[in-house]
Design a protein around this ligand. Structure first.
Ligand SMILES: Cc1cc2nc3c(=O)[nH]c(=O)nc-3n(C[C@H](O)[C@H](O)[C@H](O)COP(=O)(O)OP(=O)(O)OC[C@H]3O[C@@H](n4cnc5c(N)ncnc54)[C@H](O)[C@@H]3O)c2cc1C
Length: 302
């Protein structure tokens, strides 16, 4: 979608929003799949209510992009614009055991920065790409931990009130790859309360998690992490593996030969290829195990 109305373009500049025409979502997502649309880069949290009023008043639909590491975006000319926060400097400020973090901060860099200051707890998330905002929205987790456990409060744009508000941790429910935020809420910043731990000990935990990922995941290939959520008590990857579906492909979309729940873009896969592969695997698992797999990857279909 192209924002071409000169009045809207002028207003965006006033709101300190940078407009990039025809951004390619395949360059902005870890799967390397997706068509083109205009990208609106937000430099000030405070401009969000006015920005969203402007877009709604002019019937311009939008989506929020973090680091693009959990997204499968449709092909071609996309019928909505994409909003993304610009990372401020500094993006993490420490105050005792509290880390004040901007939603645009890189998750891995934030964990390393806290570790160097003897704040741990998040070792399991090392190697999870993307932003802190995306991790909050998805309640990113791994190896028995999840980011939601450390949230003291979240500053967000709330779609229900059309205002920037602060929610305390106990007002938010964090479940397995699911949160109680409304679909149009936008995470702006978070305060994490992290346990004190010596850097050396945290580093050891980080090394163990890194090794686990290296030995089981196709880290050199384009993916969005796990495609499906694990149903209660069952591993989606194990079911797919048991059906012998590793390396199954549609065009360049392929079930990884290392981890059956990672689907990779082995070349120039389209969203259509990847969606067909997901549907095929889901149907086979349903037929053999009677289990309906739910997507973990967020699909923005055109
Ligand atoms: C190699 C690899 C390994 C991975 N391993 C794991 C893992 O172990 N555990 C795990 O949980 N995930 C994993 N993932 C998936 C992914 O990294 C996480 O879900 C990550 O937290 C997504 O963050 P992001 O910023 O990239 O979000 P995006 O992919 O940009 O967006 C994901 C969703 O969050 C929304 N969103 C993003 N930013 C905001 C914001 N500021 N406000 C509101 N909504 C927002 C988007 O609209 C979208 O709905 C992995 C991915 C890869 C590629």
């Amino acid at each position: 979608m192209r924002v071409s109305d000169s009045k809207i373009v002028a207003k965006l500049a006033e709101l300190n929003v940078e407009l990039q025409h025809s951004a390619s979502l395949s360059d902005l997502t870890s799967l390397g799949i997706g068509g083109t649309t205009d990208l609106l880069r937000i430099k000030s949290h405070e401009s969000l209510p006015d920005l969203l009023n402007l877009l709604d008043a002019n019937h311009v639909p939008h989506k929020f992009l973090g680091g693009g590491s959990n997204l499968l975006v449709g092909d071609g000319d996309l019928p909505w614009v994409v909003l993304q926060l610009v990372r401020p400097e500094p993006d993490v400020v420490l105050d005792g055991n509290l880390a004040h973090v901007d939603a645009a901060a890189d998750l891995g860099r934030m964990i390393t920065f806290c570790a160097k200051n003897d704040l741990g707890g998040m070792e399991g998330l090392i190697g999870v790409p993307g932003t802190v905002g995306g991790a909050l929205r998805m309640n990113a987790g791994a190896y028995g931990m999840q980011i939601g456990s450390y949230v003291r409060e979240v500053k967000l744009y709330r779609a229900a009130t059309r205002k920037i508000e602060t929610l305390r941790g106990h007002q938010i429910s964090f479940e397995y790859r699911h949160t109680s935020f409304a679909p149009d809420d936008m995470m702006l910043a978070v305060i994490l309360e992290l346990p004190s731990k010596p850097y050396k000990e945290i580093l050891q935990g980080i090394r163990i998690c890194n090794e686990k990922r290296r030995s089981s995941q196709p880290l050199g290939q384009k993916s969005a992490g796990c495609i499906f959520k694990n149903p209660p008590g069952v591993s989606a990857g194990r079911m797919i593996d048991e059906l012998g579906l590793k390396s199954l492909s549609v065009g360049d979309a392929q079930v990884s030969d290392r981890h059956a729940n990672f689907f990779v873009n082995a070349g120039h896969a389209s969203a259509k290829d990847m969606l067909a592969l997901i549907a095929d695997v889901r149907e086979r698992v349903q037929k053999s195990f009677g289990v309906n797999l739910e997507n973990e990857v967020v699909v923005w279909n055109a």
